[in-house]
Design a protein around this ligand. Structure first.
Ligand code: 5GP
Ligand code: ZN
Length: 135
């Protein structure tokens, strides 16, 4: 399941060279070309899934294991002070490449990665609506 028009399909499958940190039958982990912080990496499945909603559960489970393994190595080896795992779905959520990927972003004191949001307030109406979905 590859899409020749998809840049991450081509990178994940080795048609376009990349700085590869890890590779197995199902995944390639590469350095991001425009890192938010030193060591910013991307986990790419070799098959094409546009986003989390298309990702099979088995691939999702394996992806988090790859994330843990590579994160630990980046965190220790680069002497990071923290690490963000980021995964965007949809343009409104900041997704720019529509092939599922997870960002591993090592964090350092006073870095400029700037991953934040404005905290809101959980309203009773929203809480009731959302809890209803999980009844
Ligand atoms: P998104 O915004 O979709 O969650 O993340 C896409 C990421 O892919 C961005 O951080 C961007 O810098 C990175 N990126 C886009 N094109 C390429 C590429 O050709 N090679 C690499 N290594 N990273 C890329
Ligand atoms: Zn793809």
């Amino acid at each position: 399941m590859k899409d020749n028009n998809c840049i991450f399909c081509r990178i994940a499958n080795g048609e376009i060279p990349s700085a590869t940190l890890y590779e197995d039958d199902e995944f390639r982990v590469i350095l991001d070309l425009n890192p938010a912080a030193k060591g910013h990496s991307l986990i790419l499945p070799k098959n094409h899934y546009a986003n989390l909603f298309e990702l099979p559960e088995e691939t999702a489970s394996k992806a988090i294991c790859v994330a843990k393994k590579i994160s630990e190595k980046l965190y220790t080896g680069l002497h990071a002070a923290g690490l963000n795992l980021v995964q965007n779905n949809g343009e409104v959520a900041g997704q720019t490449v529509f092939h599922f990927h997870m960002h591993l972003i090592p964090r350092y004191e006073n870095d400029s990665a700037g991953l934040s949001w404005n905290p809101g307030t959980l309203t009773d109406a929203d809480k009731a609506e959302i809890l209803d979905l999980f009844e």
